[in-house]
Design a protein. Structure first.
Lengths: 219, 161
């Protein structure tokens, strides 16, 4: 029964071909450092799922943000778990993506023909940091408020256009409901969409070009 | 190859994979479902006896209004609702506690001694001293509260959310 259903679908979707191309492709003998990319992907998906779940109760408004998170932490079953995973997963993702970059750098995996994979990877790293930056404001507690005040002020020190950048980030001259709303929007729509797209390109190239092997003595 | 009487390796791996998968699915799925349906599982109904003061505060034959507030919590929001109850002692000692919320469109009814009726200011609904319909558009008599007296203090049984 299962075999028949699978065959029916496979004939139309080419599932076997996808499996062979994506998962059963030839790879050189590598080590555990090569798992960091998959770990990054896993963490992105984990952050996506827990993030979607948090939006069920979270309200991005100065009147409700803090209270709604208190409610998630104390009033909702397993709310502490979902938020805890999102909180710690965020730090872990920055760490893992950074280690993934270090591995690529020290193993020379960014070299021809994988330069463009590296470029998308750099963008992905920056977007991951951006996710950390925008997500940090959302609890709307003292730490979040002042961290964002300081960080946007740092952006304001850019020569000539600093003040303009600061106001774009804040959505005005001060931190306000506008800041919270735009950080939320960027955190749940803009950056995740960009990351998902770039991961698509990144993985396409990983599959198309294959992965590099561990450099040897003579390399 | 001789046929082994035991489970094949492939069967064993399939069963172990299915069992581990089920376990992991439960570990992830149960918190996820619990998280989503949590508000429906929380107890929101209230069942309390509200003290309405000494019985002697309520003169015989004259409905007297007693007001109280109840706080309702929805998520992280608190809403304070006020309730009005007309309490009347009859000559035989029985006590009637009627909600002042008109059963038509929830306006507040007022006791008019000269008309010996509760009259709703919105659409002229008339109720008698026991809350029964005299005339008007209301579909049913005024809602009543259960009462009890302990140490000469009157209590009203509030059941709601």
């Amino acid at each position: 029964m299962f075999q028949k259903t699978f065959n029916w679908l496979d004939e139309r979707l080419g599932l076997k071909t996808i499996y062979d191309t994506v998962l059963d492709r030839k790879v050189p003998k590598v080590n555990w450092w090569f798992t960091l990319g998959s770990a990054s992907l896993f963490l992105f998906l984990l952050q996506g799922i827990t993030g979607i779940m948090l939006t069920v109760y979270y309200v991005p408004s100065p009147d409700h943000a803090y209270d709604s998170i208190q409610y998630i932490m104390t009033g909702v079953s397993y709310g502490w778990l979902i938020r805890g995973i999102h909180h710690w997963g965020a730090s872990l993702m920055v760490l893992i993506v950074f280690f993934h970059m270090l591995r690529t750098y020290f193993f020379g995996a960014y070299k021809y023909p994988r330069e463009f994979t590296w470029v998308t990877g750099v963008l992905l790293l920056l977007l991951t940091l951006g996710m950390g930056f925008t997500g940090y404001l959302l609890p709307w507690n003292q730490r979040a408020y002042w961290a964002t005040t300081v960080a946007t002020s740092i952006a304001g020190t850019v020569p000539f256009i600093g003040n303009f950048i600061n106001q774009v980030l804040r959505g005005g001259s001060d931190l306000s409901a506008v800041t919270l709303a735009r950080f939320f929007s960027v955190h749940i729509w803009w950056f995740p969409a960009m990351i998902a797209g770039l991961i698509g390109i990144h993985l396409y190239m990983v599959i198309r070009l294959g992965i590099s092997s561990v450099p040897k003595e003579e390399d | 190859m001789p046929v082994s009487p035991h489970m094949s390796r492939r069967e064993f791996v399939a069963i172990v994979t299915a069992a581990a998968g089920t376990f992991m699915g439960a570990v992830i799925g149960i918190p996820a479902i619990g998280y989503m349906i949590a508000p429906a599982l929380q107890k929101v109904s209230a069942d309390v006896w509200i003290p309405a003061g000494p019985v002697t505060n309520y003169p015989v034959g004259v409905p007297t209004l007693f007001n109280f507030n109840r706080t309702k919590v929805n998520g992280w929001e608190k809403t304070v609702n006020s309730y009005g109850v007309y309490i009347v002692q009859h000559e035989d000692g029985s006590i009637k506690a009627l909600s002042n919320k008109c059963t038509h469109l929830s306006c507040r009814v007022n006791w008019k001694q000269e008309a010996t009726a509760y009259i709703c200011p919105c659409h002229d609904a008339f109720f008698d001293i026991n809350g029964q319909i005299i005339k008007g558009p209301q579909p049913r008599p005024l809602d009543t509260y259960e009462t009890k007296i302990e140490n000469d203090i009157l209590f009203i049984h509030f059941v709601g959310s």
